[in-house]
Design a protein around this ligand. Structure first.
Ligand code: NVA
Length: 306
């Protein structure tokens, strides 16, 4: 509505803005003082479980001088106890921004269309753009540059992969996704990233062989095979993704110096081998910490324009 900036998709930030947000996240991490949210209250409404997203938003808002108001999945009944648009209207009258985690991406679009405050996507079935902010910050810290970095994403072409593909296309990285047939990126994402890559110099390659993906990778990234809300597909997915586990043997096929990332929570024994998160090549916990800094960078941008 009007001039309100929402962050529902990575593409809601222009490439230069995305870089600005990441730079701000890094500056805040390095100790830059900011009270960008002084006197502001931010509603946080989650319809799915969360550890990192809830913690990082609450702590981040607090550090920027704001006040988080958290609603658990049982409390609001978005679209059930009360129409989605009415929740958006009420929150807009009292809070200064809304952070929402829900199932269908369309619910978030409906919410943001009725909201007069910034709405931030804290994960939907369609995208996880806050994760991508932290991912890009982590990749930049690890690799020195986003432009030209080679990332191999092994596994499901899900919300995390979609946002990562958009983020890397915006910043000029080379992404190879290895997935079994039927689980690669949606066609819409593939066509969305093509013109972005043409501009940024990045690239996207879809393959089925994990070894082909990691062979020249600076970073190997994976996510769960069964996302929240897909639990009834667990058995079929365990079968489909056999052979797509990231483990030390797969990392050994990548160049020396490769780093491993996972957005967490992980399911050891499924998409990763036991102990991989604490392998010397893993930067998964730096990545988790960066949720705090990158989202603070986003909030800073939304409230100050810089
Ligand atoms: N793809 C996962 C990400 C969890 C942070 C899910 O949607 O459950």
């Amino acid at each position: 509505m009007g001039n309100v900036r929402h962050f529902l998709s990575v593409t809601d930030l222009a490439p230069s803005e995305l870089r600005e947000v990441i730079a701000r996240g890094r500056a805040l991490k390095a100790g830059e003082p900011s009270q960008a949210l002084a006197g502001k209250s931010i509603a946080i409404l989650f319809e799915k479980p969360s550890l990192r997203t809830k913690l990082s938003f609450e702590v981040g808002i607090h550090r920027l001088g704001g006040h988080p108001v958290y609603f658990s999945p049982e409390e609001v009944g978005l679209g059930k106890r009360e129409p989605v648009q009415d929740v958006a209207r009420v929150m807009s009258r009292m809070a200064d921004a809304a952070v929402i985690r829900t199932f269908n991406h369309g619910i978030l679009e409906e919410f943001s269309a009725a909201a007069t405050i910034p709405v931030i996507n804290a994960l939907t079935d369609g995208e996880h753009p806050c994760q991508t902010l932290a991912d890009l910050q982590t990749i930049e810290e690890s690799n020195g540059s986003l432009e030209g970095v080679r990332v191999a994403y092994i596994g499901d072409g899900n919300n995390v992969a979609i946002s990562l593909a958009l983020g890397m296309a915006s910043t000029g990285g080379h992404l190879t996704i290895a997935s079994p047939g039927g689980y690669t990126l949606p066609e819409k994402t593939v066509s969305d990233v093509a013109p972005m890559n043409a501009k940024s110099g990045g690239s996207l390659k879809l393959v089925t062989d994990p070894v082909e993906a990691v062979i020249d990778a600076d970073i190997v990234y994976t996510d769960v095979w069964t996302s929240m809300g897909q639990e009834e597909e667990t058995r079929i997915r365990l079968e489909a993704f056999k052979g797509y586990q990231v483990n030390p043997e797969l990392l050994d096929k990548a160049p020396a110096g490769v780093r491993f990332m996972h957005d967490l929570p992980a399911h050891p024994g499924e998409e990763i081998s036991d102990g991989l998160l604490t392998d010397p090549r893993s930067i998964a916990f730096d990545q988790a910490e960066n949720r705090l800094h990158a989202q603070a960078g986003l909030l800073h941008f939304l409230f100050t324009g810089a």
